[in-house]
Design a protein around this ligand. Structure first.
Ligand code: PLP
Length: 420
């Protein structure tokens, strides 16, 4: 069980709403710092540990700066993410470039910023070489194929994933890169998403550690770091059990002691690229109930829509909802909570038991701090919302203004449209 408790009260929400109209995304600085510190603590046993926050989860400079203050680096996957990271002061090996299907000019920018390049495929060696040559530090992404299981539970199907190299390609890539001057190697894999088990990282780590020992023996390559990537999940549902990051760190430490240390590889640095775990619970969507509709079902229409939070529409993802001020009221109504898109999947909740909702009530949609705002879009001409930071002293700060129609029409700026 996980307690789904909003990090703002109804009174706070009303005060914020008076200045910044709903809907908006809000983030909890104290929670972000707590999460980052717990992660760093869990891996403090590893000299050189670093979390490279997955920028795509929450690409906002204020958020990246908080994480930077907590000692994190950034994991980028596009040129604009590289530009944002540079603007936030990240440079050199504080940046990981974990892209795929990568055009050469992206490698050129990553390299110019000193980022560590994490190659998704064997054929990308040539693309990279043409763009920048072969850097002395280089990482390769592994896909072991088959099914990825923990115990007898199937977690995911790496054989169907577009990412990473086969085992044979890894050896080939390491040999070729060494020949061309690479000195320090990294090994990376991302085998399951949003995992709710303390065994995910330790299981993945053991696979990567054993692979690293073999690769070192086969090729003589110096393996400097192992990147466990993202995939540590969060309890979106109240009945979910929260991951224990201290236990996860300890599980990885045991695998490290058992596999890497006896092989004389006790200097390997551990990296992570978490997005969801760092930010999801530390963000929420705040939206007002603006209509009710009684037809074949009971609907509550809110002023946010799937353009603000795509996960329910795209994945059928569950996001818990609290009606602020009615935290302790009985959930004796059955509602669909909907946005205003001309798309029937524009529903934040389907057949959800909630307390009675009245027009003007403020809904708090939980766990939207990662892959929330950033997956937003403009369908139906909807505009993206503001992002707001709840600072440690309890005050709020606008960290992205809401889009205006001018933003929406900006890409027609060469056409001289007469808009009003
Ligand atoms: C998306 C992504 C992450 C972050 O994943 P989470 O599920 O948010 O932890 C990390 N690394 C890579 C390469 C990714 O594509």
């Amino acid at each position: 069980m996980s307690e789904k408790k909003p990090f703002i009260t109804l009174e706070q929400a009303k005060r914020i709403k008076a200045e910044y109209p709903t809907p908006f995304h809000i983030y909890d600085e104290a929670g972000i710092r707590r999460t980052a510190r717990a992660l760093n603590q869990a891996f403090a046993w590893n000299k050189g540990f670093r979390e490279y926050f997955a920028v795509k989860a929450t690409p906002n400079p204020a958020i990246l700066q908080i994480l930077r203050e907590e000692g994190c680096g950034v994991d980028c996957s596009s040129e604009t993410e590289l530009m944002l990271s540079k603007a936030c002061g990240f440079s050199g090996e504080e940046i990981m470039y974990s892209s795929n299907n990568t055009p050469g000019h992206e490698y050129a920018r990553a390299h110019a910023q000193g980022a560590i390049i994490n190659l998704d495929d064997y054929t990308l060696i040539e693309t990279m070489e043409e763009a920048i040559g072969v850097p002395s530090v280089i990482s390769c992404r592994y896909n072991p194929g088959g099914e990825f299981s923990i115990g007898n539970r199937i977690m995911d199907q790496p054989k169907d994933a577009k990412y990473g190299m086969t085992r044979a390609q890894l050896t080939q890539a390491y040999r070729e890169l060494m020949q061309k001057g690479a000195k320090d190697f990294g090994l990376h894999a991302f085998l399951a998403s949003n995992t709710l088990t303390n065994a995910y990282y330790p299981t993945l780590a053991r696979i990567l550690f054993e692979t690293a020992v073999d690769l070192h023996r086969e090729t003589g390559a110096h393996i400097a770091f192992i990147n466990l990537s993202g995939g540590v999940g969060v309890p979106y549902r109240p009945e979910d059990t929260e991951n224990d990051i201290a236990a996860i760190g300890e599980g990885v430490r045991i695998a490290y002691e058992e596999v890497l240390v006896p092989a004389g590889m006790g200097d390997v640095r551990i990296f992570t690229e978490l997005g969801r775990f760092m930010l999801a619970p530390n963000g929420a969507v705040v939206t007002e109930a603006i209509h009710e509709k009684h037809t074949y079902k009971e609907y509550i229409g809110v002023d946010a829509c799937a353009c603000n939070l795509m996960r329910p529409a795209m994945y059928g993802a569950y996001h818990h909802i609290t009606i602020l001020g009615k935290e302790h009221a009985e959930a004796d109504h059955l509602y669909d909570i909907v946005g205003s898109l001309c798309e029937n999947n524009d529903k934040f909740a389907i057949d959800r038991k909630l307390p009675q909702i009245d027009r003007g009530d403020i809904l708090y949609i939980h766990d939207t701090g990662a892959h929330g705002f950033s997956m937003g879009y403009n369908y139906n001409g909807k505009l993206r919302s503001a992002e707001i930071l709840l600072q440690e002293d309890g005050s709020v700060r606008l960290i992205r203004r809401a889009e205006t129609p001018a933003d929406y029409f900006a890409t027609f700026d060469f056409m001289n449209l007469q808009l009003d």
